[in-house]
Design a binder for this molecule. Structure first.
Ligand code: MEV
Length: 450
């Protein structure tokens, strides 16, 4: 919870029972009984019925805890909702490794979103732009439609013009409204604001307003995380730490150069990011859309992360764009594996499902975030850790070994194994290298007979 007295380093957490883990978490995050109950069963059908249309039930997913996170010197446990085995274990492991370099250093821009208004049939593009810019202050005042966001200190910040001289249907003038959403994700506020000023823009331009909607490419609302880890921690039985770190750099170079690899590389980042977005009731489709669009900003779709080796302290200052935190630079032993993830991240801690989903409220309490920016900074650190975990596995054991262990547990559960039987059956399936449902059923029958 960002409390320097507590450590998020939870060794052996995975070996505990669910009840034991909940007790540790409740103590760590000071959860009361009602909040603890929410972890097991959060959203009633009646509440769900108010969230979307045509509700017929609820659909549960596992909620796990990403452990060991140290971000800007604060300890954090990370609630993650995800269906894929290995994601939570892998990110916790990467966060543990990052602690040897002082964890993650994260930052963010002001939470400014862009709303777009598409103006068509504008008789004179140049004259329209002059008229709109002359009325900028009036338009910004008219766009200040959200009392809630104004109370938080946000609101419209700027208005910019983006003429498209040539499109498939002819020229158009696109107006961007830059809107500071503070602790809200802000979709509703931005959409209301652009709809409100569209008639004025029509009058000023002599054109016709068609689309009035936010952009999910929130490149003015970004977060970044960095880590710098002594390479020695990556040593395996077969490879030196330096070799593994160098291989991670080479794997990243592949994802920078090749969109087929970049898509998979970035999917690994979103494994972690989406899991926290889901846990906190945020719109993961919006963040994914923005992240992938940002990954293609150079004109070619590329890796969102960068990884490089830093041989000496002198090289560090030039590498870190976010500035060198002195506690990090002082704590580390060179050479370092340096990683950075920067991407658009529009999240909220007020409004929407963040407010209406009881589990999202508990997730925010566990995270101990004070603002939407703080949440975005933790999420981007999770994305960087998840990427490190995936690429490290890929350049060493390969991804299947860890996956298969967890997959075997799922197969054992599907075969009908109870808590006491799952581990033995899964271990036998892995030993035999045959992780199949029929074999799990045979093993279960054998155990039941004995
Ligand atoms: C699997 O969900 C994610 C990975 O494919 C990511 C990657 O390849 O970097 C392992």
């Amino acid at each position: 919870m960002g409390d320097s007295q507590k450590s998020s380093r939870l060794s052996g957490f995975y070996q505990k029972t669910v009840t034991e883990r909940v007790a540790i978490l409740a103590d760590w995050a000071c959860l009361d009984t009602a909040e603890i109950d929410v972890l097991a069963d959060s959203l009633g059908v009646a509440q769900a019925d108010k969230m979307i249309e045509n509700v017929v039930g609820r659909y549960a997913l596992p909620l796990g805890i990403g452990a060991n996170f140290l971000v800007n010197g604060d300890e954090h446990l990370i609630p993650m909702v995800v269906e894929e085995p290995s994601v939570v274990a892998a990110v916790s492991n990467a966060a543990r490794l990052a602690r040897s370099g002082g964890g993650f250093f994260a930052g963010s821009t002001e939470p400014v979103m862009i709303g777009q208004i598409q103006l068509l049939d504008v008789p004179d593009l140049a004259a329209a732009q002059t008229a709109i810019l002359a009325a900028k202050e009036v338009l910004l005042a008219a766009a200040d439609t959200s009392r809630t966001i104004a109370r938080l200190g946000g609101g419209p910040r700027d208005l910019t013009l983006h003429p498209l001289a040539e499109t498939l249907t002819g020229p158009m003038l696109i107006v961007h409204l830059h809107f500071d959403c503070r602790d809200a994700m802000g979709a509703n506020a931005v959409n209301t604001a652009v709809e409100t000023i569209a008639p004025q823009l029509e009058r000023l331009s002599g054109g016709r307003a068609l689309l009035r909607i936010l952009s999910n490419l929130t490149d003015e609302r970004r977060a970044w995380a960095e880590t710098a880890i002594p390479v020695s921690v990556f040593a395996t039985g077969e490879q030196s730490g330096h070799e593994v770190a160098q291989a991670i750099v080479e794997a990243n170079a592949f994802a920078m150069a090749d969109p087929y690899r970049a898509a998979t590389h970035n999917k690994g980042i979103f494994n972690g990011i989406d899991a926290v977005l889901l846990a906190t009731g945020n719109d993961w489709r919006a963040v994914a859309a923005g992240g992938h669009a940002y990954a293609a900003r150079s004109g070619r779709y590329q890796s969102l992360t960068e990884w490089r080796l830093i041989a000496r302290a002198e090289d560090w200052q030039q590498t870190s764009r976010a500035g060198t935190p002195s506690w990090l630079a002082e704590a580390v032993a060179y050479p370092l594996l340096y990683g950075r993830l920067e991407m658009p991240l529009s999240v909220g801690i007020v409004g929407g499902a963040t407010r209406s989903h009881p589990a999202a409220q508990v997730a925010l309490k566990i995270l101990g975030v004070q603002s939407a920016r703080h949440l975005a900074e933790l999420i981007v650190a999770v994305g960087l850790a998840q990427n490190l975990a995936a690429v490290r596995a890929l350049v060493t054991d390969g991804i299947q070994r860890g996956h298969m262990r967890l997959h075997a547990r799922q197969i054992a559960v599907s075969a009908g194994a109870n808590d006491a039987q799952v581990d033995a059956i899964a271990a036998q399936l892995v030993r035999e290298g045959a992780i199949r449902l029929e074999r799990a059923q045979e093993l279960l029958t054998e155990i039941q007979k004995s």
